[in-house]
Design a protein around this ligand. Structure first.
Ligand SMILES: [Zn+2]
Ligand SMILES: [Zn+2]
Length: 88
């Protein structure tokens, strides 16, 4: 049984691709969060800051999408310096 194939991204409801940044999410949200997690302050909601983020609307408002990422439990990764495979 491949339960993950039915998993939904908690941010946009797209098909999830496992856990990214601590949260069950799709590749799109994963890439989005990686790109935008550290520029939170430069994003602005064009509406009233309460956009409903779905598969269709996720591209309309980066601010609310990012907020939803954080609200869902996504965690900003610091620059990884102590990756365990670096052992040479
Ligand atoms: Zn998503
Ligand atoms: Zn918004």
């Amino acid at each position: 049984m491949d339960t993950l194939s039915h998993a939904k991204c908690v941010i946009c409801n797209d098909r999830a691709k496992g856990y990214n940044f601590n949260v069950l999410s799709c590749v799109s949200c994963k890439a989005f969060f990686r790109r935008n997690a550290f520029r939170e302050d430069s994003l602005l909601c064009p509406f009233v800051g309460k956009c409903n983020i779905t598969l269709l609307t996720r591209k309309f408002c980066q601010k609310c999408r990012l907020n939803k990422c954080f609200a869902s439990g996504m965690i900003k990764e610091k620059q990884k310096q102590n990756k365990d495979h670096i052992n040479t």
